[in-house]
Design a binder for this molecule. Structure first.
Ligand SMILES: Cc1cc2nc3c(=O)[nH]c(=O)nc-3n(C[C@H](O)[C@H](O)[C@H](O)COP(=O)(O)OP(=O)(O)OC[C@H]3O[C@@H](n4cnc5c(N)ncnc54)[C@H](O)[C@@H]3O)c2cc1C
Length: 418
């Protein structure tokens, strides 16, 4: 088989890369053993936030002091599987170290902002062109809620850095919060609204729809796993897959949490962990009790979103091998949070899901040319892969076609880990 471009991974990053290449008249093959936008991808079950303000890395200065408490709390947001600790220790150390000072946070935030700015509008534009306009709400805004102002004040540094980058937030108190989120438990009395953010209404359908659109324009999906590359004189000539070689001029590594092995074969060592997360989904229509605009619940570290097909609570960070069996007790924690935050919602019947955030220790994705000529990295988006996918897809297309990338890619280079 021969293709102009092979994209390895049909999650939302691969989907946007294919879309942008198709827009430029470039066709190719998407290789993924699973269906595009299927449940195997993190892109299927995320919290649907197009949070252009999510510019802070997940760690923060002094966060290590909170880690023992989170690990000890049976309802806590973090778990590290003991058997996986020896393998993850180096990554965890870098994770904490890369957010240990305000200066480091500001540097990461400035870089992420270049990737995420205007993301809701970018997604809306792409969705419109792909015939999926109803799946993106670029004007919803997003809300963070707290029992009281002190929860917000505990995150003051993050909000200050966002303000410095021009991100506007509005405070909502007491009666106004109750009026804007009438189903919310009365224990929540303070909120922050971010008007510039938006949301997706069905992340799996969005991803599948984008890829269907590219397939209609000449792309193919091959149900196979990529296993490596063939090269000649330091340049890619083919992608090896479980269904045979695909000769090509360019390949894109967009395989989410499984990208590190392929990156290594392209000459780059990237520390990548699966930050596994869960969701619980109560299916139903628009009359289900729940958030009006989607919310982050500050004290519980969960996001609750209203999607086109129901109410979804998503969260938890479980550091474990990407192939380890799910621990559905983590989903039960989410279900309990959902019931307590929206007491009017019947959470008895719900679907549960596990997915892996592809996470680098510094909270920045890896985007750019690999050491092996012809291979392009587009992975490691951690907590911001949905919101960051539209710009990433455009950057990939620019790299493939030789256009100047729209932003400085230096902060995203794999070489930062060398
Ligand atoms: C609980 C949870 C909530 C989240 N909430 C949000 C949110 O609200 N907003 C946001 O922006 N982000 C969120 N994220 C993060 C976001 O979902 C991910 O960053 C994003 O989906 C990553 O997309 P991807 O395309 O890189 O990887 P994936 O979606 O994981 O797709 C990778 C694909 O590559 C395929 N693949 C793997 N290895 C190979 C191989 N060797 N050959 C071929 N194919 C391969 C896989 O089968 C998979 O389909 C959340 C994540 C989780 C888990």
């Amino acid at each position: 088989m021969k293709a102009e471009v092979v994209i390895i991974g049909a999650g939302v990053v691969g989907a946007h890369a294919a879309f942008q290449l198709a827009e430029r008249g470039v066709t190719g093959v998407l290789v993924d053993p699973g269906p595009p936008g299927g449940e195997q991808a993190a892109s299927y079950g995320n919290a649907a936030w197009l949070s252009s303000h999510s510019v802070l890395p997940p760690a923060s200065p002094g966060v290590w002091r909170q880690v023992p408490g989170w690990l000890a709390d049976p309802m806590g947001p973090l778990r590290i599987r003991p058997g996986h600790l020896p393998r993850a220790a180096g990554w965890l150390w870098r994770y904490l170290a890369s957010a240990s000072t305000e200066e480091k946070l500001r540097k990461t935030a400035a870089a992420l902002r270049t990737l995420l700015a205007a993301a809701p509008q970018r997604h809306a534009e792409v969705a419109g062109r792909a015939g999926l306009p109803d799946l993106i709400d670029a004007n919803s805004g997003l809300m963070h809620v707290y029992p009281d102002r002190s929860g917000f004040e505990a995150e003051a540094l993050a909000w200050r850095i966002r303000s410095e980058l021009g991100i506007v937030h509005e405070e909502i108190e007491g009666a106004e919060l109750a009026q804007r989120q009438p189903d919310l438990a009365p224990g929540y009395r303070f909120g922050i609204f971010v008007p510039e953010a938006g949301q997706c209404l069905n992340p799996g359908a969005y991803c599948a729809g984008l890829i269907a659109h590219s397939i209609a324009r000449g792309w193919r999906h091959v149900a196979a796993r990529a296993t490596g590359f063939h090269e000649k004189a330091g340049r890619l000539v083919a992608v090896r897959t479980t269904q045979g070689d695909i000769a090509c001029d360019a390949a894109v590594i967009a395989s989410g949490a499984r990208s590190a092995a392929l990156a290594r074969q392209s000459g780059d060592r990237v520390p990548l962990e699966a930050e596994r997360g869960y969701h619980v989904m109560v299916e139903g229509g628009g009359n289900l009790p729940g958030p009006r605009s989607s919310i982050m619940v500050g004290d519980r570290k969960v996001v609750i979103s209203r999607l086109e097909n129901g109410i979804r609570v998503a969260g938890q960070v479980e550091i474990a091998d990407v192939d380890a069996a799910p621990d559905w007790r983590r989903a039960e924690i989410l279900r309990k949070h959902l019931a307590e935050v929206f007491p009017g919602l019947d959470v008895g019947e719900a679907r549960v899901w596990l997915g892996s955030r592809p996470s680098t220790p510094d909270g920045l994705p890896v985007i750019g040319q690999a050491r092996l000529g012809g291979v392009i990295h587009a992975f490691g988006h951690g907590h911001v892969g949905l919101v960051g996918s539209a710009r990433t897809g455009e950057l990939v297309a620019q790299l493939v076609t030789g256009e100047a990338p729209g932003i400085d890619l230096a902060p995203f280079a794999a070489a930062r880990f060398a």
